[in-house]
Design a protein around this ligand. Structure first.
Ligand code: ATP
Ligand code: MG
Length: 285
């Protein structure tokens, strides 16, 4: 199936989407959130940023989205240094934000209009499209994200999963080259998670670059080709193909993405690794 919004970018084949060189970020004087991070992301890659709570995934995603800026080291986006001065002029900031779509973990941070239709129209109207073109885009994207029945509703009255679909629609309607998503599957039930995974694969097949921050190993296995794994001390522990995650149990335990859980059966103890997903509950007697 083909996305209604093909990749229209004109970037050069050899320019990475992102190149980070010893990037660091601190909140205030003494609160490092990212230390010495170096990697490249090529056009069309699907990358997962993985690590335990507080390791710096959301911070890094915001830096990739130009919402925060490195406090040391360097980051280039589309071959240009991504620093405050690069986004200072309105037209540069606008051009960057059209190219890079950001889906927040908390949809309430994303949605501000009084109806879903207005929310989705906001981006295309600012792109200078005619009313008819905007209408057509809204119809296409509403169908693509399965929210046609929600168009007249108020975003703040929707469920978490519905809000997530609307957030996606409001970003995809501008046809960005790069999609940055913070914990995309967090508000979704199993059927919606499967839907999202298929949608991300479809978008990827049209050439979009996708970066997701998550600690959900199942989503990574389904969506990503590559995993960047962060330690709790805010450094990069590994940059590996997503398919090899299953062979990295000691690393995943070390960075607190899974944990060794000891069970007792009578007098015999044995342990298995457990993921830290939201479904996993411990029973203590
Ligand atoms: N606005 C802020 N001011 C000060 N410190 C912050 C701020 N936002 C995040 N931090 C700190 O920066 C570190 C990284 O936070 P970040 O939100 O990037 O982690 P994360 O990997 O996304 O975690 P989670 O899995 O819980 O979403 C944490 O120690 C956090 O407490
Ligand atoms: Mg986070």
């Amino acid at each position: 199936m083909v996305s209604p919004l093909p990749d229209t970018s004109t970037r050069k084949a050899n320019t990475p989407v992102y190149q980070l060189d010893r990037l660091g970020f601190q909140y205030g004087e003494d609160k490092p959130a990212l230390i010495d991070i170096s990697f490249r992301i090529e056009p069309g890659e699907r990358v997962a940023l993985m690590g335990a709570n507080g390791c710096g995934k959301s911070t890094l995603l915001k830096i990739l989205g130009g919402l925060q800026f490195a406090t040391s080291g360097r980051i280039e986006a589309f071959g240009k240094c991504l620093e405050p001065a690069a986004l200072e002029k309105e037209q540069d900031s606008y051009a960057f934000r059209r190219r890079v779509g950001f889906i927040f973990q908390n949809s309430d941070a994303q949605l501000f209009s009084s109806s879903v239709e207005e929310e989705i129209a906001f981006g295309p109207l600012h792109m200078g499209l005619s009313k008819n073109e905007v209408k057509q885009r809204i119809a296409d994207i509403a169908q693509f994200t399965q929210i046609e029945h929600l168009l007249q509703r108020a975003p703040f009255q929707l469920s978490g999963g519905e809000k997530k679909r609307v957030s996606l629609a409001s970003v995809l309607v501008c046809n960005p080259d790069v999609l940055l998503m913070d914990e995309p599957s967090a508000a979704l039930d199993p059927r919606a998670q499967t839907w999202l995974i298929n949608l991300l694969r479809q978008l990827s097949s049209t050439g979009k670059t996708i970066v997701i921050a998550t600690h959900d190993l199942d989503t990574v296995a389904e969506v990503a080709q590559r995993a960047l794994i962060f330690r709790e001390n805010h450094t990069l522990a590994a940059d590996i193909p997503a398919y090899s995650l299953k062979d990295e149990i000691p690393l995943l335990i070390d960075v607190n993405l899974i944990h060794e859980h000891v069970h007792y059966h009578g007098s015999t103890a044995h342990s298995h690794p457990h993921t830290h997903d939201k479904e996993h509950q411990h029973m203590h007697e």
